[in-house]
Design a protein around this ligand. Structure first.
Ligand code: GLN
Ligand code: ZN
Length: 748
């Protein structure tokens, strides 16, 4: 039997790619040096995968920023506005990803969206009327050859045409049929070129197939592939992940594809589909090693699953790309009893080869050890907590009085001007901030010294916020490394890796903590700094918390209890924190749910039952017990919300801010249509780009917002937290934002 993976984490064991790319952004290395660095890293990874015994090794899963953006460059899906700039091809790539402002032009970053149900984000391709689809890039060929020269035969990976078109934004008036035909031709050219270079097969990723599909979409998929596969000169693996393919299974097995890749971890129903019927002449790539979570694979269960499929042409693979898990457990210092339960990307390679051997020969030592691992109890359950959750009633999830009455009370209490201005929470985490924290963590600074530093930062930024006339202030989150880790550190049941980074977008990574056991609040978490900050000014400073759904979604969850149960545990812990803040004089509390949508099932039919029915109540549980006059804010970002607006309203917050500017404020129409009751701050400028928006630009955005949302509901704020930005651009942008709000107010 053979083994493969869908993709490997490209950031490197120590996030080398991030550091190199950021050096390039800062002009500390040039294009040539960055390109050379990428090449070295790819070789290292190919060698590692090969050495671990994986037989089919992928290529073109590497990317300097995002593989969807790479695909846009491969097929020339480049906005025409770029033509007017003097940027080189390489610079254009990053300009689309991050925006560019300088002597060579002024380019806004393309929107970034969540990659299906993960925390990875892709750059949305755009097809304009002027777009001429053609095979233009050469990355996929170059990387195939690069590996070949090292003596490594690879299977190139490419996003498939069906999913690519699903992800594209289309300019009005684009002839979709013509686009689709040109695209198919371009893919065929890729096949031809690859086969000329000696490639035997290609992996086409089609995660778009695991969603609910309409009859028309199924037809479109079928037609696309019939054309694509006609007279093909290369073997095609159609790879799906993140769910099951129930809508297209029959179509899939009828098509002349050589191999089909299915996810047996998230796509539970795939098992039954395959059992009913899988063609003898096709190869099944069985995704059995979880590409999203970090727990060891249960060999016994996997073995049973594989046997039940009854397929003879089998390749063992991961459920999705290993992009979504950290690189290796080798550099972690967990005690052995703990570490043995974890498997990161490198360890998963080993699991695949283990499974391969086990399937051939039952009694290996690995199998025995694996069985023992799953038979030992990891920790003792907290029975009191289990009971507390079982006894929650409707009242625990209901804030009183109803929203409209609270709104009146709060307007009277806060006396804010129309279009109140605020910001999302964090200010730049400069080198100085990070280094000081690192020193403190290494015990090179005392608690007093560190606290003095944080206090000075807070004072400086409070004074600055007052000086530009911001209405509601924030303390800046200088004491926090990460909005989830910071909370996890003060909750029982959490474990932290030292190097468990996962790519979130571009050079940005997250280090999700691991929920190991039952979660409870061990001590007050944010009270000290919130109280301090509020004590320094007469203006209101928002308390700043992370919500339970986001804490869960940005952690590696347990697999022995349900997500709902884990989230309620976290919600009870954050509820204690909310009440503590309120008791300490904090009048507005923002509870961030940045990742609310992350685990929303990909199929609409599963939304309520499997997710929203507990995720929304979990948020309500957190704030249900506060006083009517305490204003609860929430914040969301990184995704589309248009389709879950009613659910967001049901969170029953008083104010919500969300990312909107990169998506052209599409969400406003929906707010209007749904008669959204919660007050809203649709982000008025994009913070994921270093570009400084002008006062005029922001004013226009505000005017647009006012055409859709009643003025008494509108707040003015940036898209998201500012911790990834530099100080100069942050100050310039926020000053322009307050100026724009002031100016609009005056004109009213
Ligand atoms: N309050 C957080 C911050 O400003 C929110 C971050 C986020 O939404 N991702 O950093
Ligand atoms: Zn945000």
């Amino acid at each position: 039997m053979t083994t493969t993976i869908i993709g490997f984490p490209r950031i490197g064991e120590q996030r080398e790619l991030k550091y190199a790319t950021e050096k390039y952004f800062r002009n500390e290395i040039n294009e040539e040096e960055l390109v050379a660095f990428g090449k070295e890293l790819r070789e290292k990874h190919w060698q590692l995968i090969k050495a671990s015994g994986i037989t089919i090794i992928p290529s073109n899963d590497f990317s300097f920023y995002d593989t969807t953006l790479d695909t846009s460059f491969l097929f020339n899906l480049i906005p025409a506005s770029l033509e007017a700039t003097k940027l080189s091809e390489f610079e254009r790539y990053f300009a689309i990803a991050r925006g560019y402002q300088g002597e060579k032009g002024d380019i806004k970053a393309r929107p970034m969206k969540k990659w299906f149900n993960t925390n990875y984000h892709y750059i949305v391709p755009k097809i304009e009327k002027k777009t001429k689809i053609q095979l233009k890039g050469s990355k996929i060929f170059d990387e195939y050859l690069e590996a070949k020269q090292l003596g490594i035969e690879t299977q190139p990976v490419l996003l498939g045409p069906f999913t690519l078109l699903q992800l594209c934004e289309f300019e009005v008036g684009v002839d979709r049929k013509a686009i689709s035909e040109a695209l198919i031709e371009a893919y065929k050219e890729v096949f031809t070129r690859l086969s000329e270079l000696g490639a035997i097969s290609i992996q086409l990723d089609e995660p778009g197939l695991v969603k609910d599909l309409t009859v028309d979409e199924i037809k479109e998929f079928e037609l696309t592939y019939q054309q694509l596969l006609a007279n093909k000169n290369i073997q095609v693996l159609l790879q799906t992940y993140f769910g099951d393919v129930r809508d297209v299974y029959q179509t899939l097995i009828d098509l002349p594809i050589d191999a089909i890749g299915l996810d047996f971890v998230e796509g539970i129903q795939n098992q039954a589909l395959v059992q009913q019927n899988f063609p003898q002449d096709k190869i099944l790539y069985a995704g059995v090693v979880n590409g999203k979570n970090i727990w060891r694979n249960n060999y016994q269960k996997t073995q049973a699953l594989l046997r039940s499929l009854n397929v003879s042409n089998l390749v063992l693979t991961t459920s999705c790309s290993l992009l979504h898990v950290p690189f290796t457990t080798e550099n972690e210092s967990f005690p052995k009893e703990i570490k043995q339960h974890f498997s990161f990307a490198k360890e998963k390679l080993r699991e695949l080869t283990d499974l391969d051997t086990i399937l051939k020969d039952e009694a290996t030592e690995q199998q025995l050890l694996n069985r023992q691992l799953f038979e030992t109890e990891r920790f003792v359950q907290n029975q009191a907590l289990v009971e507390k959750i079982a006894q929650l009633t409707v009242d625990d999830f209901t804030r009183k009085p109803i929203f409209s009455q609270r709104e009146t009370l709060q307007k009277a209490r806060f006396q804010l001007p129309v279009l109140p201005t605020t910001t999302i929470g964090s200010f730049p985490q400069t080198k100085e901030v990070k280094q000081t924290r690192a020193k403190f963590n290494r015990k090179e600074l005392s608690q007093v010294e560190y606290d003095d530093f944080v206090a000075a930062q807070i004072n400086d930024w409070l004074a600055w916020q007052e000086s530009i006339g911001l209405d509601i202030l924030v303390h800046g989150e200088f004491e926090r490394n990460d909005m989830v880790e910071y909370f996890g550190q003060n909750l029982s049941g959490y474990l932290f890796s030292q190097n468990g980074w996962v790519q979130s977008y571009g050079t940005r990574g997250v280090k999700p903590p691991i929920i190991w056991g039952d979660v409870e609040r061990e001590q007050a978490i944010t009270v000290k700094w919130s109280k301090y900050a509020q004590g320094q000014t007469d203006k209101i400073v928002k308390g700043m918390l992370t919500g339970p759904v986001t804490i869960l979604n940005w952690s590696f969850p347990r697999e022995d209890i349900s997500l709902k149960e884990s989230t309620y545990q976290i919600a009870l812990a954050i509820q204690e924190e909310v009440l503590d803040l309120e008791a300490n004089g904090i009048k507005m509390i923002q509870i961030d749910e940045a990742a609310l949508r992350e685990k929303l099932p990909l199929r609409k039919s599963d939304w309520s039952k499997e997710y929203l029915d507990w995720a929304i109540p979990a948020f309500r549980l957190v704030h249900s017990k506060v006083q009517p006059e305490t204003q609860i804010h929430t914040h969301m970002c990184y995704s589309e919300f248009t389709d879950i607006i009613p659910a967001i309203d049901q969170m029953d917050a008083d104010v919500i801010s969300f990312e909107a500017s990169r998506s052209n404020l599409e969400i406003l129409d929906e707010l209007q249509r749904q008669n959204f009751k919660t007050q809203v701050g649709p982000g008025v400028y994009d913070i994921h780009s270093p570009r400084v928006p002008t006062v005029e630009e922001i004013k226009e955005t505000i005017q647009t917002i006012l055409t859709k949302v009643p003025i008494e509901k509108v707040w003015i704020n940036p898209d998201c937290g500012l911790k990834t930005r530099g100080i100069p651009e942050t100050r310039a942008s926020l000053a322009n934002m307050t100026e724009a709000a002031r100016s609009v107010r005056e004109e009213l």
